[in-house]
Design a protein around this ligand. Structure first.
Ligand code: FE2
Length: 396
């Protein structure tokens, strides 16, 4: 995270004697990225965070014998809104697409998760509907529709859905770190004036939680799979912490769209970057305002990337007539030229003539620089007619 935060009680100097009221020393834990060479936070636990009493291997239900290649090559449309609801936000994930850099799931969670630590990479959870509370060693974040919640690698946490129904979420598991794009930041990490969001838009954890408990299981994901590690003491026994590494939330409605006179390409919507992928937010905004502008995307072929789009709100003009709705995911792979459904451009121009000047479309896009393979859940919710929708509209 680009900026410093402090919560609870900490001593004035790092690595000095910091004692509880009963006289015992609090236990330090440094959570640090890239060895000791990048962002970190220093946490103070009541009990040693090293004390484990049991380790058991778990079967990873989300693991698949093999993601399928996109072969024969096709653009895909997954109706994730048709997938079954249930489970929690960790073990109830349903895999849509993935590769060695990133895996993308949906979940419709209605149960609290157990404690979880993903040691393979950062996660970004985008909440489409519902409310959910993230509790972690750093404290709690309350999230609602439109929130991205970034959970750094190694953070012990759990997800507690609100009482208002299942939490529909897109889950992005990176193989490394998910960060604001480098070009938005100053040399020392402050958001620059041209960035479409800034520090004020990010919500850090409230807390700490100061939980007590003994023999507490934590599901840990590492490269080998899932393990249940039982801790002698509750990992949320933190009295204070400070640093630049912690979970945070950012709401898509706080993204300030960048608009041009004629159509702007997706990099203006970039929100985060990860290893070999980017995350973009398409938000309600004025339509391109040149009198001759074609105000929706032009056909394009991203020769180096696969493009996945999650439709989360509003009316997506470019996909009219394609069967895509709220909750849909489309995959437009390298090797295929994609663009608006035929007729969509004329429809938007007619709308402009009738006085429509803005779009309320809201979508989350992930572009990967290596091909996306197809997960079982995605394949089970596929609309087989999508690939032919451009030709069908063109011939109508
Ligand atoms: Fe595209």
């Amino acid at each position: 995270m680009p900026y410093y935060r402090v919560a609870g009680e900490i001593p004035r100097k790092r690595h000095t004697r910091f004692r509880a009221p009963d006289g015992h020393l609090y236990a330090e834990e440094l959570m640090g990225e890239e060895g000791f060479s990048s962002d970190s936070s220093l946490l103070y636990h009541v009990h040693p965070p090293t004390a484990i009493v049991k380790s058991e291997g778990l079967t990873d239900q989300a693991a698949e014998p093999g993601l399928a290649s996109n072969h024969p090559l096709l653009p895909r449309h997954y109706r994730t809104q048709d997938l079954p609801a249930g489970g929690d936000l960790v073990l109830g994930r349903q895999l849509l697409v993935g590769n060695d850099d990133v895996r993308v799931y949906v979940a419709a969670a209605n149960a609290p998760s157990g404690l979880y630590r993903n040691s393979t990479g950062d996660e970004a959870i985008y909440v489409r509907t519902g409310t959910v509370r993230l509790e972690s060693v750093y404290g709690a974040i309350d999230a609602a529709a439109g929130d991205y919640v970034i959970v750094p690698r190694g953070t012990i946490h759990r997800w507690l859905p609100g009482a208002d129904g299942p939490v529909d979420a897109l889950v992005i598991e990176a193989s490394g770190h998910i960060r604001p794009p480098r070009r938005y930041l100053s040399q020392v990490g402050q958001f620059l004036e041209h960035a479409p969001y800034c520090e004020r838009d990010l919500r850090g954890p409230e807390g700490p939680l100061l939980a007590e408990g003994e023999d507490v299981p934590v599901v840990v994901r590492n490269r080998a799979g899932l393990t249940s590690l039982t801790y002698a003491f509750h990992p949320f026994d933190v009295v204070g912490w400070d640093g630049c590494l912690y979970p945070y939330a950012f709401n898509i409605a706080d993204f300030e769209p960048i608009v041009k006179r004629t159509h702007a390409p997706p990099p203006v919507h970039q929100t985060f970057e990860g290893p070999n992928f980017v995350i973009c937010s398409f938000c309600p905004r004025p339509l391109d305002f040149d009198p001759e502008a074609v105000p929706i995307p032009y056909n394009h072929h991203n020769v180096d990337s696969d493009e996945m789009m999650y439709y989360v709100g509003g009316d997506y003009s470019a996909r009219k007539g394609s069967g895509v709705g709220i909750g849909s995911v489309t995959l437009h792979p390298s090797g295929f030229t994609h663009g608006p459904q035929p007729g969509a451009v004329e429809a938007v121009i007619r709308g402009l003539d009738e006085g429509r000047t803005s779009t309320d479309e809201t979508a989350v896009m992930i572009d990967t620089f290596r091909p996306l393979l197809l997960g079982r859940a995605g394949r089970s919710a596929e609309d087989p007619e999508y690939a032919w929708s451009w030709a069908r509209a063109a011939r109508a």
